[in-house]
Design a protein around this ligand. Structure first.
Ligand SMILES: [Zn+2]
Length: 192
């Protein structure tokens, strides 16, 4: 089992490289899901998100959690391990934010309805049909598992509008970690 310091897990923000680190399928008993899953929900609720992928807390596993219910009760909690989107139908436009890029909201076109399959917290396979916000959240979190961020899905014109804010996040991050010029280039080659 991989040693993870669960108490130290927290949101990883753009442009941190772990958001761009290739993910691997979760194997049974490789991570302690009984600890990891509640921790993921805890962090998601703390930052008032509706979904959270493992890459957003620095873990490159194919797992995300979500709860799109308004009252955030437990029955709205869904866990997706090694998920796949099987079908997409129609389109929806809407503003989307990301806990890893706080303060940025951009309009992104997504499929209106999707069918997905995944393993749940007990490693049982399930299939789900989702629409509207739930479908949007699943597509957003799937993107995280494939290292795609909302800023990769916007038009050049949209990107110009938020470029100053992104630059500020990059500068703050690079200063915090004392990044070399070479490392900055490696991080930024992933997009923007
Ligand atoms: Zn996100």
């Amino acid at each position: 089992m991989q040693v993870i310091e669960y108490d130290k897990l927290d949101i990883v923000k753009y442009p941190a490289i772990s958001l761009r680190k290739k993910t691997k399928a979760v194997k049974k008993d490789e991570v302690d899901l009984a600890i990891l899953i509640p921790k993921m929900f805890e962090i998601m609720y703390k930052y008032e998100g509706v979904g959270l992928a493992a890459t957003q807390i620095g873990l490159n596993y194919r797992i995300f959690v979500m709860n799109v219910e308004q009252d955030k009760n437990k029955k709205g909690e869904k866990v997706f391990i090694n998920p796949q989107i099987l079908e997409r139908e129609g389109f929806q436009d809407g503003n989307e934010g990301c806990l890893s890029i706080p303060g940025i909201y951009v309009s992104i076109k997504r499929a209106l309805k999707i069918t997905a399959k995944a393993l749940d917290e007990n490693f049982q396979e399930f299939e789900v049909e989702a629409e509207g916000l739930a479908a949007r959240a699943i597509q957003h979190e799937m993107d995280h598992l494939n290292n795609i961020l909302i800023i990769d899905r916007i038009t050049p014109a949209q990107k110009i509008k938020i470029s100053l804010e992104l630059k500020k996040m990059e500068d703050e991050y690079f200063e915090k970690i004392g990044a070399s010029e070479g490392y900055k280039k490696t991080v930024l080659k992933h997009g923007r």
